[in-house]
Design a binder for this molecule. Structure first.
Ligand code: GLV
Ligand code: MN
Ligand code: MN
Length: 418
Protein backbone atom coordinates (compact mmCIF):
# COMPACT_ATOMS: atom_id res chain seq x y z
CA UNK A 1 0.00 0.00 0.00
CA UNK A 2 1.26 3.50 -0.81
CA UNK A 3 2.11 5.91 1.96
CA UNK A 4 2.98 9.57 2.36
CA UNK A 5 5.23 11.44 4.77
CA UNK A 6 3.72 14.58 6.19
CA UNK A 7 5.82 17.74 6.51
CA UNK A 8 5.89 18.59 10.21
CA UNK A 9 7.50 22.01 9.76
CA UNK A 10 4.80 23.02 7.29
CA UNK A 11 2.09 21.80 9.65
CA UNK A 12 3.59 23.76 12.55
CA UNK A 13 3.97 26.91 10.47
CA UNK A 14 0.26 26.85 9.64
CA UNK A 15 -0.75 26.13 13.24
CA UNK A 16 1.26 29.09 14.47
CA UNK A 17 -0.03 31.37 11.71
CA UNK A 18 -3.66 30.57 12.50
CA UNK A 19 -2.96 31.11 16.21
CA UNK A 20 -2.15 34.74 15.42
CA UNK A 21 -5.75 35.33 14.32
CA UNK A 22 -7.62 36.48 17.41
CA UNK A 23 -4.45 36.22 19.51
CA UNK A 24 -4.32 38.01 22.84
CA UNK A 25 -1.93 38.24 25.78
CA UNK A 26 -3.21 36.85 29.05
CA UNK A 27 -2.72 39.63 31.61
CA UNK A 28 -1.95 37.41 34.56
CA UNK A 29 0.49 34.99 32.94
CA UNK A 30 1.74 36.91 29.91
CA UNK A 31 0.88 33.85 27.80
CA UNK A 32 -0.39 34.24 24.26
CA UNK A 33 -3.90 32.84 23.87
CA UNK A 34 -6.53 32.66 21.14
CA UNK A 35 -9.96 34.27 21.30
CA UNK A 36 -11.90 33.28 18.19
CA UNK A 37 -15.44 32.82 19.44
CA UNK A 38 -17.69 31.42 16.74
CA UNK A 39 -18.71 33.88 14.01
CA UNK A 40 -17.02 36.91 15.56
CA UNK A 41 -14.80 39.08 13.35
CA UNK A 42 -11.76 37.06 14.48
CA UNK A 43 -13.41 33.76 13.59
CA UNK A 44 -14.43 35.16 10.20
CA UNK A 45 -10.82 36.23 9.59
CA UNK A 46 -9.64 32.73 10.49
CA UNK A 47 -12.29 31.22 8.24
CA UNK A 48 -11.22 33.32 5.26
CA UNK A 49 -7.58 32.38 5.83
CA UNK A 50 -8.17 28.63 6.12
CA UNK A 51 -10.63 28.67 3.20
CA UNK A 52 -7.91 30.27 1.09
CA UNK A 53 -5.41 27.62 2.26
CA UNK A 54 -7.93 24.94 1.22
CA UNK A 55 -8.20 26.53 -2.23
CA UNK A 56 -4.43 26.88 -2.56
CA UNK A 57 -4.17 23.14 -1.87
CA UNK A 58 -6.32 22.57 -4.94
CA UNK A 59 -9.48 21.64 -3.04
CA UNK A 60 -12.88 22.35 -4.46
CA UNK A 61 -14.41 24.33 -1.60
CA UNK A 62 -18.07 24.61 -0.68
CA UNK A 63 -19.71 26.57 2.11
CA UNK A 64 -23.01 25.20 3.32
CA UNK A 65 -26.03 26.97 4.79
CA UNK A 66 -24.81 26.60 8.37
CA UNK A 67 -21.37 27.90 7.39
CA UNK A 68 -19.45 24.63 7.40
CA UNK A 69 -16.54 24.93 4.98
CA UNK A 70 -15.64 21.70 3.19
CA UNK A 71 -12.88 21.11 0.65
CA UNK A 72 -12.99 18.16 -1.71
CA UNK A 73 -10.09 16.33 -3.31
CA UNK A 74 -11.46 14.18 -6.09
CA UNK A 75 -10.84 10.45 -6.05
CA UNK A 76 -10.21 8.13 -8.97
CA UNK A 77 -13.74 6.81 -8.42
CA UNK A 78 -15.68 10.04 -7.84
CA UNK A 79 -18.94 8.14 -7.38
CA UNK A 80 -17.71 6.64 -4.11
CA UNK A 81 -18.66 8.23 -0.81
CA UNK A 82 -15.92 10.53 0.49
CA UNK A 83 -13.61 9.74 3.37
CA UNK A 84 -13.77 12.81 5.60
CA UNK A 85 -11.63 14.56 8.18
CA UNK A 86 -11.64 17.91 9.92
CA UNK A 87 -12.59 19.72 13.09
CA UNK A 88 -13.20 23.34 14.09
CA UNK A 89 -11.34 26.66 14.14
CA UNK A 90 -13.65 28.54 16.49
CA UNK A 91 -12.29 28.78 20.04
CA UNK A 92 -13.40 29.56 23.55
CA UNK A 93 -12.44 33.08 24.71
CA UNK A 94 -9.42 31.65 26.57
CA UNK A 95 -8.31 29.19 23.89
CA UNK A 96 -5.01 27.92 22.60
CA UNK A 97 -3.45 27.18 19.22
CA UNK A 98 -4.36 23.49 19.02
CA UNK A 99 -7.96 22.77 20.06
CA UNK A 100 -9.73 22.05 16.77
CA UNK A 101 -7.09 23.75 14.61
CA UNK A 102 -4.85 20.68 14.72
CA UNK A 103 -7.68 18.61 13.23
CA UNK A 104 -8.33 21.09 10.43
CA UNK A 105 -4.73 21.94 9.58
CA UNK A 106 -3.68 18.31 10.11
CA UNK A 107 -6.23 17.24 7.50
CA UNK A 108 -4.98 20.01 5.23
CA UNK A 109 -1.40 18.79 5.68
CA UNK A 110 -2.53 15.30 4.64
CA UNK A 111 -3.98 16.77 1.43
CA UNK A 112 -0.81 18.74 0.72
CA UNK A 113 1.32 15.63 1.30
CA UNK A 114 -0.87 13.64 -1.10
CA UNK A 115 -0.50 16.45 -3.64
CA UNK A 116 3.29 16.41 -3.26
CA UNK A 117 3.36 12.63 -3.67
CA UNK A 118 1.08 12.85 -6.71
CA UNK A 119 -1.22 10.26 -5.14
CA UNK A 120 -4.88 9.93 -5.99
CA UNK A 121 -7.07 8.00 -3.60
CA UNK A 122 -9.94 5.83 -4.84
CA UNK A 123 -12.50 7.56 -2.64
CA UNK A 124 -12.74 11.36 -2.74
CA UNK A 125 -11.26 12.99 0.37
CA UNK A 126 -13.20 15.80 2.01
CA UNK A 127 -11.79 17.95 4.78
CA UNK A 128 -13.64 20.65 6.66
CA UNK A 129 -14.09 23.02 9.51
CA UNK A 130 -17.47 22.99 11.16
CA UNK A 131 -19.33 25.96 12.59
CA UNK A 132 -19.32 26.64 16.35
CA UNK A 133 -18.03 23.37 17.73
CA UNK A 134 -17.34 25.05 21.05
CA UNK A 135 -20.85 26.30 21.78
CA UNK A 136 -19.26 29.00 23.93
CA UNK A 137 -21.08 31.83 22.14
CA UNK A 138 -24.44 30.47 20.99
CA UNK A 139 -24.89 27.90 23.76
CA UNK A 140 -24.98 24.64 21.78
CA UNK A 141 -21.84 22.67 20.96
CA UNK A 142 -21.09 20.87 17.67
CA UNK A 143 -23.62 23.13 15.95
CA UNK A 144 -22.37 22.86 12.35
CA UNK A 145 -21.56 19.17 12.40
CA UNK A 146 -24.80 18.47 14.29
CA UNK A 147 -26.76 20.05 11.44
CA UNK A 148 -24.68 18.28 8.79
CA UNK A 149 -25.66 14.85 10.10
CA UNK A 150 -29.28 15.80 10.84
CA UNK A 151 -29.19 15.82 14.66
CA UNK A 152 -30.07 19.52 14.73
CA UNK A 153 -32.38 21.24 12.26
CA UNK A 154 -30.95 24.06 10.15
CA UNK A 155 -33.71 26.44 11.27
CA UNK A 156 -33.07 25.72 14.93
CA UNK A 157 -29.33 26.22 14.51
CA UNK A 158 -29.65 29.48 12.54
CA UNK A 159 -31.95 30.87 15.23
CA UNK A 160 -29.56 30.24 18.14
CA UNK A 161 -28.74 33.60 19.74
CA UNK A 162 -25.81 34.83 21.84
CA UNK A 163 -26.29 36.81 25.08
CA UNK A 164 -26.82 40.01 23.03
CA UNK A 165 -29.56 38.39 20.96
CA UNK A 166 -27.43 38.18 17.80
CA UNK A 167 -28.23 34.98 15.93
CA UNK A 168 -26.08 32.45 14.09
CA UNK A 169 -28.00 33.34 10.90
CA UNK A 170 -27.28 37.08 11.36
CA UNK A 171 -23.59 36.45 11.81
CA UNK A 172 -23.26 34.00 8.92
CA UNK A 173 -24.83 36.63 6.64
CA UNK A 174 -22.69 39.45 8.03
CA UNK A 175 -19.50 37.53 7.30
CA UNK A 176 -20.62 36.05 3.98
CA UNK A 177 -20.48 32.49 5.29
CA UNK A 178 -24.17 31.79 4.65
CA UNK A 179 -23.28 29.43 1.84
CA UNK A 180 -25.66 27.78 -0.56
CA UNK A 181 -24.50 24.16 -0.34
CA UNK A 182 -27.04 21.96 1.48
CA UNK A 183 -26.36 21.86 5.21
CA UNK A 184 -27.47 18.23 5.42
CA UNK A 185 -25.13 15.54 4.04
CA UNK A 186 -26.70 14.00 0.95
CA UNK A 187 -25.12 10.64 1.74
CA UNK A 188 -23.09 9.21 4.60
CA UNK A 189 -19.32 9.53 4.21
CA UNK A 190 -17.36 6.30 3.85
CA UNK A 191 -15.57 7.15 7.11
CA UNK A 192 -14.58 10.09 9.31
CA UNK A 193 -11.31 10.47 11.22
CA UNK A 194 -10.30 13.49 13.32
CA UNK A 195 -7.04 14.30 15.04
CA UNK A 196 -7.24 16.46 18.19
CA UNK A 197 -5.22 17.36 21.25
CA UNK A 198 -6.27 15.23 24.19
CA UNK A 199 -7.08 18.24 26.40
CA UNK A 200 -6.48 16.15 29.50
CA UNK A 201 -3.62 14.64 31.53
CA UNK A 202 -3.86 10.92 30.68
CA UNK A 203 -1.49 10.40 27.72
CA UNK A 204 1.27 12.59 29.12
CA UNK A 205 1.02 10.91 32.53
CA UNK A 206 1.30 7.49 30.90
CA UNK A 207 4.16 8.66 28.70
CA UNK A 208 2.24 7.54 25.63
CA UNK A 209 2.65 9.22 22.24
CA UNK A 210 -0.87 8.77 20.82
CA UNK A 211 -4.40 8.03 21.93
CA UNK A 212 -6.77 5.87 19.93
CA UNK A 213 -10.11 7.33 20.94
CA UNK A 214 -12.80 4.83 21.84
CA UNK A 215 -15.66 7.32 22.13
CA UNK A 216 -16.96 10.46 23.78
CA UNK A 217 -18.82 10.83 27.04
CA UNK A 218 -22.35 12.21 27.35
CA UNK A 219 -22.79 15.98 27.64
CA UNK A 220 -25.75 17.94 29.02
CA UNK A 221 -25.86 21.73 29.24
CA UNK A 222 -28.52 23.80 30.97
CA UNK A 223 -29.20 27.50 31.21
CA UNK A 224 -30.99 28.36 34.42
CA UNK A 225 -32.72 31.71 34.97
CA UNK A 226 -33.67 32.46 38.57
CA UNK A 227 -36.12 35.18 39.51
CA UNK A 228 -36.08 36.64 43.03
CA UNK A 229 -36.94 40.03 44.52
CA UNK A 230 -34.53 42.94 44.86
CA UNK A 231 -34.45 44.23 48.42
CA UNK A 232 -32.31 46.28 50.79
CA UNK A 233 -29.29 44.35 52.05
CA UNK A 234 -29.33 46.02 55.46
CA UNK A 235 -32.99 46.16 56.33
CA UNK A 236 -34.49 43.01 54.84
CA UNK A 237 -34.60 40.18 57.40
CA UNK A 238 -33.08 36.97 56.06
CA UNK A 239 -36.40 35.15 56.33
CA UNK A 240 -38.16 37.70 54.10
CA UNK A 241 -35.79 37.42 51.16
CA UNK A 242 -36.26 35.84 47.78
CA UNK A 243 -32.59 35.77 46.94
CA UNK A 244 -31.72 34.70 43.39
CA UNK A 245 -28.02 34.84 44.24
CA UNK A 246 -28.42 32.40 47.09
CA UNK A 247 -30.35 30.02 44.82
CA UNK A 248 -27.53 30.19 42.24
CA UNK A 249 -24.92 29.48 44.92
CA UNK A 250 -26.92 26.52 46.21
CA UNK A 251 -27.20 25.11 42.66
CA UNK A 252 -23.44 25.49 42.21
CA UNK A 253 -22.62 23.57 45.38
CA UNK A 254 -25.29 20.96 44.62
CA UNK A 255 -23.76 20.35 41.19
CA UNK A 256 -20.30 20.05 42.69
CA UNK A 257 -21.45 17.57 45.32
CA UNK A 258 -23.37 15.61 42.72
CA UNK A 259 -20.11 15.20 40.79
CA UNK A 260 -17.88 14.26 43.71
CA UNK A 261 -20.40 12.09 45.55
CA UNK A 262 -19.54 8.97 43.57
CA UNK A 263 -23.27 8.25 43.19
CA UNK A 264 -23.05 8.78 39.43
CA UNK A 265 -19.76 6.97 38.92
CA UNK A 266 -16.23 8.19 39.43
CA UNK A 267 -16.15 10.19 36.19
CA UNK A 268 -19.14 12.49 36.76
CA UNK A 269 -18.19 16.13 36.08
CA UNK A 270 -20.13 19.32 36.80
CA UNK A 271 -19.19 22.89 35.94
CA UNK A 272 -20.87 26.23 36.50
CA UNK A 273 -19.17 28.17 33.71
CA UNK A 274 -21.38 31.24 33.64
CA UNK A 275 -23.07 33.11 36.46
CA UNK A 276 -24.55 36.58 36.22
CA UNK A 277 -26.43 38.35 38.97
CA UNK A 278 -28.78 41.27 38.73
CA UNK A 279 -28.72 44.04 39.62
CA UNK A 280 -25.23 42.99 40.75
CA UNK A 281 -24.68 45.68 43.39
CA UNK A 282 -23.17 45.37 46.84
CA UNK A 283 -26.22 46.37 48.85
CA UNK A 284 -29.07 44.76 46.93
CA UNK A 285 -30.44 41.23 47.34
CA UNK A 286 -30.21 39.85 43.76
CA UNK A 287 -33.51 39.68 41.91
CA UNK A 288 -32.09 37.71 39.02
CA UNK A 289 -29.44 35.13 38.33
CA UNK A 290 -28.53 33.49 35.04
CA UNK A 291 -26.23 30.51 35.16
CA UNK A 292 -25.14 27.50 33.15
CA UNK A 293 -24.58 23.95 34.31
CA UNK A 294 -22.36 21.64 32.23
CA UNK A 295 -22.67 17.96 33.18
CA UNK A 296 -20.58 15.13 31.70
CA UNK A 297 -20.62 11.42 32.29
CA UNK A 298 -19.38 8.44 30.24
CA UNK A 299 -22.50 6.48 31.15
CA UNK A 300 -25.90 7.50 29.76
CA UNK A 301 -27.89 5.96 32.62
CA UNK A 302 -25.74 7.64 35.28
CA UNK A 303 -26.06 10.91 33.38
CA UNK A 304 -29.86 10.64 33.29
CA UNK A 305 -29.93 9.94 37.02
CA UNK A 306 -27.73 12.99 37.70
CA UNK A 307 -29.94 15.20 35.53
CA UNK A 308 -33.02 13.97 37.34
CA UNK A 309 -31.39 14.74 40.70
CA UNK A 310 -30.56 18.27 39.53
CA UNK A 311 -34.11 18.88 38.30
CA UNK A 312 -35.45 17.60 41.63
CA UNK A 313 -33.15 19.95 43.52
CA UNK A 314 -34.40 22.92 41.46
CA UNK A 315 -37.95 22.07 42.52
CA UNK A 316 -36.88 21.94 46.18
CA UNK A 317 -35.18 25.33 45.85
CA UNK A 318 -38.23 26.92 44.25
CA UNK A 319 -40.26 25.99 47.27
CA UNK A 320 -37.62 26.62 49.90
CA UNK A 321 -36.44 30.04 48.67
CA UNK A 322 -39.61 31.29 46.97
CA UNK A 323 -37.76 32.00 43.73
CA UNK A 324 -38.83 31.22 40.18
CA UNK A 325 -36.51 28.93 38.25
CA UNK A 326 -36.65 28.44 34.48
CA UNK A 327 -34.37 25.69 33.32
CA UNK A 328 -33.63 25.09 29.64
CA UNK A 329 -31.53 22.26 28.21
CA UNK A 330 -29.32 24.00 25.62
CA UNK A 331 -27.23 21.03 24.51
CA UNK A 332 -27.47 17.32 24.99
CA UNK A 333 -25.56 14.45 23.42
CA UNK A 334 -25.42 10.86 24.60
CA UNK A 335 -22.29 8.79 25.06
CA UNK A 336 -20.76 7.84 21.71
CA UNK A 337 -18.81 4.68 20.89
CA UNK A 338 -16.39 4.94 17.98
CA UNK A 339 -16.06 2.27 15.30
CA UNK A 340 -13.84 -0.62 16.40
CA UNK A 341 -12.43 -1.20 12.90
CA UNK A 342 -11.40 2.41 12.42
CA UNK A 343 -9.83 2.37 15.88
CA UNK A 344 -7.86 -0.73 14.84
CA UNK A 345 -6.65 0.91 11.63
CA UNK A 346 -5.38 3.87 13.67
CA UNK A 347 -3.72 1.58 16.22
CA UNK A 348 -2.02 -0.48 13.49
CA UNK A 349 -0.60 2.61 11.85
CA UNK A 350 0.62 3.96 15.18
CA UNK A 351 2.32 0.58 15.65
CA UNK A 352 3.91 0.68 12.18
CA UNK A 353 5.26 4.14 12.86
CA UNK A 354 6.76 2.93 16.14
CA UNK A 355 4.51 5.17 18.21
CA UNK A 356 3.32 4.08 21.64
CA UNK A 357 -0.43 4.35 21.95
CA UNK A 358 -3.36 3.47 24.14
CA UNK A 359 -7.14 3.50 23.94
CA UNK A 360 -8.73 6.50 25.59
CA UNK A 361 -12.23 7.89 26.07
CA UNK A 362 -12.69 11.56 25.22
CA UNK A 363 -13.81 13.86 28.00
CA UNK A 364 -14.44 16.72 25.55
CA UNK A 365 -17.04 16.95 22.82
CA UNK A 366 -15.86 16.73 19.20
CA UNK A 367 -17.25 17.03 15.67
CA UNK A 368 -16.28 13.39 15.11
CA UNK A 369 -18.98 12.28 17.54
CA UNK A 370 -21.61 13.70 15.21
CA UNK A 371 -20.22 11.79 12.23
CA UNK A 372 -20.18 8.61 14.32
CA UNK A 373 -23.97 8.58 13.97
CA UNK A 374 -23.75 8.22 10.19
CA UNK A 375 -20.46 6.51 9.30
CA UNK A 376 -17.54 4.54 10.74
CA UNK A 377 -15.63 7.11 12.81
CA UNK A 378 -12.76 7.37 15.26
CA UNK A 379 -10.20 9.90 16.48
CA UNK A 380 -6.49 10.21 17.13
CA UNK A 381 -5.43 12.11 20.27
CA UNK A 382 -2.05 13.73 20.73
CA UNK A 383 -0.82 14.56 24.23
CA UNK A 384 -0.57 18.11 25.48
CA UNK A 385 1.90 19.58 27.97
CA UNK A 386 1.13 21.01 31.43
CA UNK A 387 -1.30 18.20 32.36
CA UNK A 388 -2.89 18.60 28.94
CA UNK A 389 -4.58 21.81 30.04
CA UNK A 390 -6.97 23.25 27.45
CA UNK A 391 -9.50 26.08 27.19
CA UNK A 392 -6.59 28.02 28.64
CA UNK A 393 -3.83 29.99 26.88
CA UNK A 394 -1.28 27.56 28.33
CA UNK A 395 -2.67 24.81 26.07
CA UNK A 396 0.37 23.43 24.28
CA UNK A 397 1.50 20.42 22.33
CA UNK A 398 4.86 19.91 20.68
CA UNK A 399 5.68 19.90 16.98
CA UNK A 400 6.74 16.23 17.28
CA UNK A 401 3.53 15.18 19.06
CA UNK A 402 1.34 16.97 16.50
CA UNK A 403 3.35 15.55 13.60
CA UNK A 404 2.98 12.01 14.98
CA UNK A 405 -0.79 12.40 15.21
CA UNK A 406 -1.10 13.89 11.74
CA UNK A 407 1.18 11.22 10.24
CA UNK A 408 -1.09 8.52 11.66
CA UNK A 409 -4.11 10.48 10.41
CA UNK A 410 -2.52 10.48 6.93
CA UNK A 411 -1.82 6.74 7.05
CA UNK A 412 -5.33 6.02 8.27
CA UNK A 413 -7.10 8.24 5.72
CA UNK A 414 -4.99 6.77 2.93
CA UNK A 415 -5.90 3.23 3.94
CA UNK A 416 -9.61 4.05 4.28
CA UNK A 417 -9.71 5.97 0.99
CA UNK A 418 -7.77 3.50 -1.17
C1 GLV B 1 -15.72 21.33 23.70
O1 GLV B 1 -14.59 21.80 23.81
C2 GLV B 1 -16.38 20.83 24.88
O2 GLV B 1 -16.97 21.63 25.62
O3 GLV B 1 -16.26 19.62 25.16
MN1 MN C 1 -12.08 20.93 20.08
MN1 MN D 1 -12.71 23.22 22.90
Amino acid sequence: MSSVSIDSARLWERLMALAEVGAYTDERTGLRGVNRLALTDADAQGRRLVKRWFQEAGLEVRVDRIGNVIGRREGSEPGLAPVMSGSHIDSVPTGGAFDGCLGVLGALEVVRSLNDAGLTTRHPLEIGFFTDEEGARFGTDMLGSGVLVGRLSLEEALAKADTDGVTVGDELRRHGFDGDAPALLDRPPAAFVEVHVEQGPVLAAEGVQLGVVTGVQAIAWREIVIGGKSAHAGTTPMALRRDAGLAAARIATFAHELAVSGRYGEHMRATIGRLELGPNRVNIVPNRAVMTVDLRNPDDAAMSAAELALEGFLETLRQELGVSIDCRVTAKTGAVVFDADVQDVIAQHAQHRGLSHQRILSGAGHDAQEFAAVCPTAMVFVPGLYDGISHNPREYSTNDACAAGVQVLADTLLELAC
